[in-house]
Write a protein that binds this ligand. Structure first.
Ligand code: SIN
Ligand code: FE2
Length: 217
């Protein structure tokens, strides 16, 4: 604990936090590269724009999505899957920017997952009110590979549950630059994002951008 200038007690946020078995939070890990990550994300979405996809149940997602890398995660009335082509452009997803891949591989290694080579990056855009309900990431082939998730822009509350939807959840506040890595015993835990609160971020305005890296193929 440290006292700040105004004498109030502040708990020091650890930079490497073992949240649960197989879950590591790397606070501010992406901060030094934030502007370059945002620019790279813009270059992807200028080719494959953000869009609101439809779930198999017919609901339009509040989170807008795009992808880069060899595989992109998509959903429509026929189901969830990875596709090499962007269904909106009919072309391959833009290549994964080198700065994305480097960050994902390094963060995974720091969290204890060596040799992570992502072939898919889902880019999620949350505007105030957008949320992601509890779900498992299970469209990937190899569950021994972890997931690396980077938060940029407005803060959000990430929920981690158990392996069953009804299991109780822990809430993790995620701020601009935070990276969360999960795998091993945590790979199939349910997780989600609570509705985004209003705000104005200096770099991203009224939005949160999340980069989710996976080995899909
Ligand atoms: C996801 O689970 O795909 C998104 C998580 C996040 O936005 O942090
Ligand atoms: Fe997910």
């Amino acid at each position: 604990m440290t006292l700040d200038l105004f004498g109030s007690v502040q708990r020091k946020v650890p930079e490497h936090e073992d949240l649960l078995p197989g879950v590591v939070v790397l606070r501010r890990r992406a901060l030094a590269d934030d502007a370059a990550l945002v620019a790279a994300s813009h270059s992807v979405t200028s080719i494959s724009p953000f869009r609101h996809m439809v779930t198999p149940g017919g609901f339009t997602m509040s989170v807008a999505m795009s992808n880069c890398g060899e595989w992109g995660w998509v959903t429509d009335r026929t189901g969830y899957r990875y596709d090499r082509l962007d269904p909106q452009t009919g072309k391959p997803w833009p290549p994964m920017p080198a700065i994305f891949e480097t960050l994902a591989t390094e963060a995974a290694a720091e969290a204890g997952f060596a040799n992570f080579t992502p072939d898919a990056c889902l880019i999620n855009r949350y505007e105030p009110g957008a949320r992601m309900s509890l779900h498992q990431d299970r469209n990937e082939r190899d569950f021994s590979q972890p997931i690396v998730s980077v938060s940029l822009g407005l803060p959000a509350v990430f929920q981690f549950g158990g392996d069953q939807r009804a299991d109780k959840t822990v809430r993790v506040p995620l701020a601009h630059g935070d990276v969360i890595v999960w795998g091993g015993p945590a790979r199939l835990r349910f997780h989600g994002i609570l509705p985004l609160k209003r705000g104005d971020h200096p770099l991203l305005g009224a939005q949160r951008i999340n980069l989710t890296f996976r080995r899909a193929g």
